[in-house]
Design a protein around this ligand. Structure first.
Ligand SMILES: [Fe+2]
Length: 228
């Protein structure tokens, strides 16, 4: 079953799609009995993980962001999130997962990754977990994702989300984090993100993409996890 804008609007509690900005402000706020962080319905890093003003900018703990409605358990273990036939601009992302302080890798962390296709639609388990995968961070915390650049998707009338990839980090020794990765230059980054409670204003999670010399794009990102 494809997951599309209707699913998103249903999740948002928007009937008919005539969403106003105020309604869209609930984008990350449907956590109900969750951790109480509108940015992080899944109980991720949340406001307690907000970096202090003196934190090394290259080593600030990763902040949480809305999980959204499209997470699914059981994605295959793979770094090739997009298959070879997946339409779209190829995107390679070098990922580094470190422990707070950045002196050591957060080896063994289970990283769940999911994203929309180039047209902004999500696909579920019934679609062979298209554009989804899980990775266990290796000893050096580094791995490379092979995917496509996700598309923007609408939240309602004249309200769009910046393109993003969802990440979820889990390990007994680290506080769980559910977050999103964004791309510099996206016209729907704040102040234009239709999800007014999402965390797309965190510069640590907005990465620059460069031409990879082969018709695709490449970027890199570091995630920093706090110990429990
Ligand atoms: Fe999303």
């Amino acid at each position: 079953m494809d997951l599309d804008r209707r699913d998103l609007l249903r999740w948002l509690g928007v009937a008919g799609g005539g969403a106003a900005a105020a309604t869209l402000g609930a984008c990350g706020g449907s956590s109900g009995g969750g951790a109480g962080d509108a940015r992080d319905p899944d109980g991720g890093a949340g406001p307690d993980a907000a970096p202090g003003p003196d934190a090394d900018p290259a080593c600030r703990p990763t902040t949480g962001d809305a999980q959204g409605p499209f997470f699914e358990d059981g994605a295959p273990m793979r770094t090739a999130i997009a298959g070879e036939a997946e339409p779209g601009t190829r995107l390679t992302i070098d990922v580094e997962v470190l422990a707070e302080g950045c002196a050591a890798a957060a080896a063994g962390v289970l990283v769940d990754i999911w994203q929309a296709d180039r047209d902004g639609a999500y696909h579920g388990a019934g679609k062979d977990y298209r554009l989804r995968g899980q990775v266990v961070a290796p000893a050096d915390g580094r791995f490379t994702l092979e995917t496509i650049r996700p598309g923007n998707y609408a939240l309602g009338v004249d309200a769009w989300r910046p393109a993003h990839i969802h990440f979820m980090f889990a390990h007994p020794d680290y506080a769980p984090v559910t977050t999103q990765l964004y791309f510099a230059g996206d016209p729907y980054l704040p102040p234009n993100d239709g999800c007014t409670t999402c965390g797309s204003d965190d510069p640590d999670r907005i990465i620059a993409l460069v031409d990879d010399g082969a018709g695709g794009l490449r970027g890199e990102v570091r995630f920093v996890l706090r110990p429990r």
